[in-house]
Ligand binder design. Structure first.
Ligand code: 4AD
Ligand code: MG
Length: 496
């Protein structure tokens, strides 16, 4: 490359410069290598190809000449085995560290995987001290333990599996609605109404900052007449239903899927202060049966999708977190869901030999203990309970105008292990009945716009809401709702 004449003039400084250039160009070519995910690498047929993998070390094992690392990047439950020279042993390749590896994909002699990566170059992108790291190599930590580390638990097998299932279930639900002609509506997070009327609302106002006196005076002048930012009291939404009902006046079928908030002072295993709800509203229906069919089909189609597309992740839960739960899921998928009336449900509870903590007289709301009993009574197949007492349902529920018990056309879906998964109803579309009820409740002025929906081109309609976290609990068999949401918010806890 260089003439001998020129080489005579090469000084040690030149040699250093050349080797730096060589090194930089090697790094450049490594950086240019095709990046692949662990998932794609594991299923790759391109043996011998050079690739680049970035991820986190899940295990380290050293043998005489080789170092074996398992690396995961969140794309699959199964890690990729990296085979490196044992010279690299003391280079900070510890459990939990982030690494950037280049090398060639080769057939693995082990039965555990088809492919492994023979490393040519490994860079430790982020070191991790395994002594201080709260998760320990080869230990299976409980869901309760990892819950203490909301900023780190996504790095565990169980929680990363949960997050993949959650993501896939989200897509499955979206596909279900798209395939069935529903239009997605982004209902607001901030609202001026209390859809459920249960009063468990979080109020929304700007935070009060330290302000200079003249700015404060100016702001107060602007606020004159109303102490509220939006001029009316506003809240985080407890349900997008009323906004969906608006849209059901122009579209035959709509849905929304977003965060919902309830200031319930509950530490239970099935309540959160912030949870995701899937809600649907269907126009031109006079029958609860139509709503029931959509709920059952949504549950079954989404679950089939998740079982197919996240088989390994779901299996992890069914094998290690709730052994035997797969049988329960298969049972739910293979059987038609039961339908009983609230009055029948009360009869079943009153005939039971079990003693309940809460009353079971006609007119009482069903509690978790009642719901779980009813599901067991129905052979652990989900059950729809219909036609609840009129007086315990919100203002929008359609009056059945029946007797001797006065009921509303409302329905809850109860499922094994969880109890109530969905709540829905036909909505009162008759202007006079709705106006009378709102007047009795002193809400006629607040809901003028809602009454107007019944004045202009009103149609009979109904819908439901499904708690997304409860759905995940139900299909995975997870006991505590805090373990199926990335960042759990509940009374007295808002970590991160
Ligand atoms: O039964 P709910 O209160 O019904 C409604 O909000 C209706 N407006 C929905 C509609 O018809 N569009 O809530 C629906 C579901 C419940 O069945 C439950 O699964 C879930 O939302 N849910 C909760 N999930 C977690 N934490 C909480 N605090 C929840 N409250 C309700
Ligand atoms: Mg409910």
């Amino acid at each position: 490359m260089f003439s001998s004449n020129l080489l005579r003039h090469v000084t040690p400084e030149w040699v250093t410069l050349f080797s730096c250039i060589k090194c930089i160009s090697r790094q450049c070519s490594q950086k240019q290598l095709k990046k692949v995910s662990v998932r794609d690498a594991l299923s790759s047929k391109a043996l011998g190809s050079n690739v680049r993998i970035q991820g986190w070390v899940r295990s380290v094992r050293s043998q005489k000449e080789h170092l074996f690392l398992h690396v995961n990047d969140g794309s699959s439950l199964q890690p990729l085995q990296i085979v490196a020279s044992s010279d690299l042993q003391d280079r900070g390749l510890t459990f939990g560290s982030a690494i950037d590896v280049t090398g060639s994909l080769e057939k693995s002699p082990s039965k555990k995987q088809n492919v492994e990566l023979h490393a040519r170059h490994i860079e430790v992108t982020g070191a991790c001290d395994p002594v201080d790291y709260p998760f320990k190599i080869k230990e299976r930590h409980s869901m309760e333990y990892i819950r203490q580390f909301p900023h780190l638990r996504c790095r565990t097998n169980a929680f990363s599996a949960l997050l993949r299932v959650r993501s896939e279930a989200t897509s499955a639900i979206q596909s279900f609605f798209k395939d069935n002609g529903f239009v997605q509506i982004h209902t607001p997070v901030i609202t001026s109404n209390d859809c459920e009327g249960a009063g468990d609302l979080f109020q929304v106002e700007p935070a009060r900052r330290e302000r200079k006196q003249e700015v404060a005076d100016q702001e107060e002048k602007e606020e004159e007449g109303s102490p509220h930012f939006f001029s009316v009291p506003t809240y985080l939404t407890v349900s997008g239903q009323l906004h969906l009902e608006v849209m059901a006046g122009a579209f035959p079928a709509v849905y929304t899927f977003g965060p919902t908030f309830r200031a319930e002072n509950s530490q239970s295993r099935r309540h959160l202060a912030e949870f995701y709800m899937v809600e649907a509203e269907i126009a031109f229906t006079r029958s609860l049966e139509d709503i029931i069919r959509v709920m059952e089909n949504l549950f079954k189609a989404s679950t089939e999708h998740v079982l197919t597309h996240c088989a390994e992740d779901v299996e992890l839960f069914h094998k290690y977190v709730t052994p035997g739960h797969r049988g329960q899921v298969d049972l739910m998928l293979s059987r038609k869901f039961n339908v009983i009336s609230y009055t029948e449900a009360i009869d079943i509870l009153n005939r039971s030999s079990q003693t309940f903590t809460f009353p079971t007289e006609w007119g009482c709301d069903l509690q978790t203990e009642h719901e779980k009993y009813l599901v067991k009574h129905c052979g652990n197949v989900p059950v729809f309970v219909t036609d609840y007492p009129y007086d315990i349902k919100p203002f929008y529920a359609r009056d059945n105008q029946d007797g001797p018990h006065h009921t509303a056309a409302a329905v809850d879906l109860l499922v094994p292990g969880v109890g109530e998964l969905c709540g829905g109803s036909l909505r009162e579309e008759r202007l006079d009945l709705l106006r009378n009820r709102l007047t009795e409740m002193g809400l006629e002025d607040t809901y003028k716009w809602y009454l107007q929906l019944r004045e202009f081109g009103s149609v009979p309609h109904g819908g439901f809401g499904m708690g997304f976290e409860r759905y995940l609990q139900c299909i995975l068999g997870v006991d505590n709702i805090k373990d199926v949401i990335p960042f759990a918010r509940f009374s007295h806890s808002c970590l991160l």
